[in-house]
Design a protein around this ligand. Sequence first.
Ligand SMILES: *[C@@H]1O[C@H](CO)[C@@H](O)[C@H](O)[C@H]1NC(C)=O
Ligand SMILES: *[C@@H]1O[C@H](CO)[C@@H](O)[C@H](O)[C@H]1NC(C)=O
Ligand SMILES: *[C@@H]1O[C@H](CO)[C@@H](O)[C@H](O)[C@H]1NC(C)=O
Ligand SMILES: *[C@@H]1O[C@H](CO)[C@@H](O)[C@H](O)[C@H]1NC(C)=O
Length: 411
Amino acid sequence: MTWGCALCLSLVVWATLVTATHYVWPLAFLGLGVLAVHITDWALKGLNNLTNKAILSQGHTRDKAVLITGCDTGFGHMLAERLDHLGFKVYAGCLNPNGEGPLRLKAGASYDLKTIKLDVTKDSDVRAAYDFVQTDIGNSKLWAVVNNAGIGEISEIEWCSMSTYQRVLDINTLGPIRITKAFLPLLRDYNGGRVVIVASLAARYTFAGFSAYSMSKHAAVSFADALRLEMNKWNISVHTVEPTLYRTQIASESYYMKALNQTWENLSEDIRNSYGNEYLKDYKSFIHEHLNRALPTEKIAEVVDDMVHAVAGIQPKSRYVPNIKTQIRARILGMLPTDLVDDIMLRDLPSTPPADIERRKSQHLIDPRIGPGGQRLKRIFSMPSLQIKRSPSPKIGDFFTFPIVKENLEE
Ligand SMILES: *[C@@H]1O[C@H](CO)[C@@H](O)[C@H](O)[C@H]1NC(C)=O
Ligand SMILES: *[C@@H]1O[C@H](CO)[C@@H](O)[C@H](O)[C@H]1NC(C)=O
Ligand SMILES: *[C@@H]1O[C@H](CO)[C@@H](O)[C@H](O)[C@H]1NC(C)=O
Ligand SMILES: *[C@@H]1O[C@H](CO)[C@@H](O)[C@H](O)[C@H]1NC(C)=O
């Protein structure tokens, strides 16, 4: 907590210094306003939490069915178990229903839990799953759809093939859209049903190496935001769960290393030489360190708790960020100006320069002052000043326009 406050304080000081010569007051008020809103929101959520943990009792779960995607392992698997114990009729979508995970899930669950083959990228699977649920559901009604299936991806943008981008987006973004659209007719039968979308902290912040993954999760959350508004008239609520990295299958190091090896071998000679083997080695340790930061297995339950709350809570929240430390970090990160966020994130990246940069430096082909991270546009703080210069009484909307890009091009 104290470091959070210290960071905020130094930020305010920093912001003030940067803009001291010109527009201290408008910016200070804007900053304080944003800070106040966040702190209030945060405090209210904290208070809300104390009273709000109740979930539906067994008597109220009997007539409710839930469809979950991605139940082979991890969060989905555990959620299916928990909801089954709570008395829901669970349809557990699995990539491979005859795999070890799904068989174990079925063996340990009640007769009411059914595993179904459901690859969220396949329209035919989705249609078959819909038909199965519709006939199997009997006197129950579809109460919730949990879009949990997802895939991770770590790669440099320059190395990542278009087909990889397409695959990640197909699973993480189009998957939830495909599933939700297909099951809405059944869901609408129940006055008060729910859609849950398991996103990620990467849905709000973008980390280097995670372009495909972050984009896919950002888009999924955006879909959830629109869906929440549009489903309001049907009394269907929409909830996102946005965990950081935990030690589930998605944090498997061997998976990413194998994928990286394949990606690297697939690259053109040219690109491989530009980056070089030293850089690749450093990139592997970057992946290793990142995955090492995954929260331990015993904490996975806190994510599943939030998922259960989203499905069965009496007063579910629109957005869950499991783990209080993650929440604080996310909130601070969300308040910081882009440049500062960049500075923080750049610290974690491989420090080995690509082979080509070294080569050019040694041949004096580049001005050493314009190396990576050397120069950048200062967007946030020059933005209001440019507007204020033009109009004597700036409107609030002026703060949210982006004249800076053009301005700089003209220089
Ligand atoms: C909407 O659904 C909730 C259950 O989630 C129910 O308690 C409430 O009465 C419903 N509202 C209306 C207006 O039907
Ligand atoms: C990746 O490639 C390196 C070097 O070719 C090799 O040592 C390593 O075992 C490979 N890793 C995986 C997971 O295939
Ligand atoms: C290898 O490159 C081809 C062509 O760019 C692409 O279609 C394929 O998906 C790539 N494979 C991998 C593993 O990146
Ligand atoms: C509030 O409760 C939710 C769900 O139990 C949890 O994810 C979140 O971390 C809690 N937030 C705070 C501020 O305690």
